[in-house]
Write a protein that binds this ligand. Structure first.
Ligand code: GAP
Length: 465
């Protein structure tokens, strides 16, 4: 949600009101978490010590999947535009940053404790404050009190109030406090944007739904500054459209994605417009991104507390003004989870003899798939087949994300389907004579015979450069 008075989400978003709907069960979270662990996408953090709530690790395939999501965002938002510059700010900032932003005063959830079982709940998640939902005791819940969601840390050897700092709860503030450094050094004038991808931390009271609500996560944020010349709403709408294209370009199913426009009551008083991008997860709609027209609120707040001038000085007209901000803030972990869930399909396949079998397939977009091309020999005990397969895999490696594997061919296909590899190449005895290989398409399961020297062109055409 857009930071409506900086309460943590989703207390007033459409996402919250609809989490109780029951979408058609295409995949369960149990199936997703089991696949994520089995195939090395996502593991519970510190699992051998019993895990730690709200923290996850990305395995060999998950790390690549998440990187591909970030690269896809970065390419579109930064590299393919000439009006957005890159940025990377520190996680720990001057504590006054969070005073100016409003996080110290208002980034909290209301909590209640049970005096009997000592369990803690978000007040807005309880139907009634009369009875503890865990131990069932009546009258045991405390009055709701504020709990700040920022993670605290101490700088230096002394742990006193002077050393207290916070792990950033969003990356955005680094871009606001550096606004002047950035526009002057990059020689940019509004309209222009600043983008960064980085870790954020929130001490969520109820982390859950796998990597959806976690305490350490990555955000991809764009802060787009526009002049106050009457075109600000147009810029906002252009960003909403650009973000719609991004999700559809990377194959997210349109019937499971919606752009929910916040009502005036749901947005902060200073915001002229806001849209939440939501995905229909197995448990209901959940927010992936918030897009907001934030007026001059953020720069004004930092100017007021720091006493420093963050206005834009237009050399040409010798005038000064505070630009209007359009923000797009996406969660990388949530988007990565979306890609995993959205790609998942449990399919019944009918063989020519009429027998049916099941396969799990991840239909990742080729740019998002952690492995794009898998290469294997028909038999692992035939050295000439193995050598040919390995040399083909090595030759394709500079252009595609490849993997060499060997074993039972049927099982290899199933494994590659389950990790979402768009193409598998199989080297058989005939390949040694005619220098052609079998290429199997993940989605259609159709096979083509392709000359070895045409492989790169064949794959390029289908995977995109
Ligand atoms: N700078 C604006 C901002 O931070 P937000 O709506 O609080 O806005 C933006 O967060 C995005 O960050 C959310 O849409 C979500 O994708 C991601 N996000 C927020 N809290 C999260 C959490 N606890 N776990 C995972 N992702 C989270």
């Amino acid at each position: 949600m857009a930071r409506a008075e900086i309460a943590s989400e989703p207390s007033n978003s459409a996402a919250m009101s609809e989490t109780t709907t029951t979408p058609e069960a295409r995949v369960t979270m149990e199936e997703i978490t089991a696949l994520a662990k089995r195939r090395g996408f996502i593991f519970q953090s510190s699992e051998i010590y019993g895990g730690i709530g709200g923290f996850f690790d990305y395995g060999p395939l998950g790390a690549v999947l998440k990187r591909n999501v970030k690269d896809a965002w970065w390419r579109e938002i930064v590299e393919l535009r000439d009006d957005v510059v890159a940025f990377d700010s520190s996680i720990i900032m001057h504590p006054n940053t969070w005073v100016a932003s409003g996080h110290v005063a208002a980034f909290h959830d209301k909590l209640v404790d049970c005096r009997n079982c000592k369990h803690r709940f978000r007040a807005d998640h309880l139907k009634s404050l009369e009875k503890c939902p865990d131990c069932g005791m009546t009258g045991s819940l405390t009055e709701p009190r504020n709990f700040n969601l920022m993670m605290k840390t101490a700088i230096g050897p002394m742990e006193d109030s002077a050393s207290q700092a916070y792990l950033r709860p969003e990356t955005a503030q680094g871009m606001f406090v550096n606004f002047k450094n950035i526009y002057q050094s990059a020689r940019k004038r509004p309209p222009f944007g600043i983008a960064q991808i980085g870790k954020s931390f929130r001490n969520e009271i109820t982390p859950g739904n796998f990597t959806f609500r976690v305490r350490e996560f990555e955000q991809a944020e764009l802060e787009y500054f526009v002049p106050d010349d009457g075109n600000d709403m147009r810029a906002y709408e252009e960003w909403v459209t650009a973000r719609k294209h991004w999700y559809s370009d990377y194959g997210v199913r349109p019937d499971r994605l919606r752009f929910y426009e916040l009502t005036p009551a749901e947005r902060p008083h200073y915001a002229r417009a806001g849209t939440d991008v939501e995905y229909l997860f197995p448990w209901g709609w959940g927010e992936l991104e918030s897009i907001a027209h934030r007026g001059t609120y953020d720069l004004d707040a930092h100017m007021k507390l720091s006493g420093k001038d963050l206005m834009f000085f237009d050399e040409a007209s010798k005038t000064k003004y505070t630009p209007i901000l359009i923000e797009s803030s996406a969660g990388i972990d949530r988007t990565t989870l979306t890609m995993l869930i959205d790609a998942y399909e449990n399919e019944t396949i009918a063989a020519e003899d009429g027998k049916t079998s099941q396969r799990v397939v991840l239909r990742f977009h080729p740019k998002i798939a952690p492995v794009q091309v898998a290469v294997f020999p028909l038999a692992r005990n035939k050295s000439d087949l193995v050598e040919r397969a390995q040399s083909i895999e090595k030759a394709l490696r500079p252009q595609f994300r490849t993997q060499y594997d060997e074993g039972n061919v049927g099982q290899l296909y199933r494994r590659q389907d389950e990790i979402g590899t768009p193409f598998c190449i199989m080297i058989d005895y005939q390949s040694l004579g005619d220098n052609a290989v079998t290429v199997r398409n993940r989605d259609s399961m159709k096979q083509d015979r392709v000359a070895q020297d045409q492989l790169a062109a064949y794959l390029n055409e289908r995977l995109g450069s």
